[in-house]
Structures are given as C-alpha cells and as structure tokens.
Design a binder for this molecule. Sequence first.
Ligand SMILES: Nc1ncnc2c1ncn2[C@@H]1O[C@H](COP(=O)(O)OP(=O)(O)OP(=O)(O)O)[C@@H](O)[C@H]1O
Length: 232
Amino acid sequence: MSSAVVEARGVGLVLPGAEGHPLTILNDVSFTLGAGEVGAVVGPSGSGKTSLLMILAGLERPTSGSVRIAGTDLAGMDEDKLAIFRRRKLGILFQNFHLVPSMTALENVALTLEIADPTRSWTSVETEALAALDAVGLSARAGHRPSALSGGEQQRVGLARAMVAKPPLLLADEPTGNLDQETGAKVVSLMFDLARRNGTAILLVTHDPALAAKADRRFAMSLGVLAEDIPA
Ligand SMILES: Nc1ncnc2c1ncn2[C@@H]1O[C@H](COP(=O)(O)OP(=O)(O)OP(=O)(O)O)[C@@H](O)[C@H]1O
C-alpha cells in the first residue's frame, strides 16, 4: 500500500466544447504527494490548474484516470460519500469558498468541527475553534463577522477553518491572490507552519513565483499537461 496522501494516475478531463469538438482540459496527469509535503502548481491562465484542484477535491469528476486521497479512491463515490470524504480528509482554501457572512469568525471555524461530528459539545468545539483562531493570530477577533474583518484577516479565518480538523490534505487555490505582499507572506508562513505541525500535505496553485519557490516541489501546468520538479 502506498503512503502517498495524493495519488493521481493518468487523470484526464475532456469536456464537450463548441460545435461538438471535445475540449481537453487535463491530459494524463500523474503525480503523488507525501504526508506533510508542499507542492506548488504554476502555469498560465486557463492551463487547467483549478480544474486539477477541483478533481482532487471531488468537486469535478475526471473523464479518465484515477485519484486516491489519503488512501480513498474517489471513483465510484456518490455525492454524499464525497461530501463526507471532504469533511474528513480535506481542508479547502479556495477563493470562492467564502466565509458565512452571518456567522462570527469563531462560528465559521467551529462549523467545520460541528459538521464533522454533530455529537460534540459546544464547549469542546469552541475551545478547539478558538485555538485555531489563535494559531492564525485572530483570537481577539473571534466575535467579529467577516464584514468587520480585512481581506487578509478573512483569509486567515479561512485558513483556520480549513486546518482546524487537521486534515491530511489542504488544497489552496491562489491563497495570496487578493492580498498585499506582506499579508500574503504572513498567510503563507502560517499555512506552512500549521501544515508542518499537523503533518498536512498541501497542494497550492499560484501565480506567485516567490510562493512557488517556498514549496518542497514545483509542478508546471501547460495546456492540461503537468510537468514535475522544476527547480526553485
Ligand atoms: N465547466 C467547464 N466547461 C467548459 N470549459 C471549462 C469548464 N471548466 C473549466 N473550463 C476550461 O478549462 C480550462 C482550464 O481552466 P482552469 O480554471 O482549470 O484554468 P487555470 O489554470 O486554473 O486558470 P487561471 O490561472 O486563470 O485560474 C479553461 O480553458 C477553462 O475555460
């Protein structure tokens, strides 16, 4: 048995295009990522980076190949099973995975734990959620709703939410995309620290060469083809 956290084998994504011409989005993508490893995917706009993350999250199904995440084969899982898989195995930091606006920072983070185990007491959930907010330097803002927080603070709450359940894998799409350089660097160093502490593997997509350089491994996506091990 492989101990890889991510195991993608011959993953393809072909979608119906205009006038019946099929559109190849991903072409024979194969790679593995081990526990605690950080991989960065770079590549031009439209090359297929987000599509790959969507497939690894079970939010899009590949048209060929196979994906195993932390020992679970995603093929053949129905939507309910995929939802359970995401709760148990994944942290997701996507730009469109917004915080719930009506909930405080604390409630947003706690929600992950409550969904994972609805039988837990609020006291134990609250303690753990507060510790996660503390780890991203935001315990003083626990009672604030997202609208009262800056973009960087919201991103840090998103990171606390993605990491609070200590998932084996964190998928991050442009984690510093909307942030200034200093705030972005802070979010990244927090992300790497949390991952190291929890043994979480990270696959992140970025346009930022400085961020890619900090990863253990770099991949380049071009026209749906993934090439590995680009020097920093
Ligand atoms: N559901 C879909 N139907 C048709 N085309 C799609 C669909 N999803 C993605 N695509 C196309 O697949 C290609 C890859 O998109 P993807 O979002 O994965 O690229 P990306 O590398 O993440 O780009 P960016 O850096 O701009 O975010 C694009 O040409 C996009 O238009």
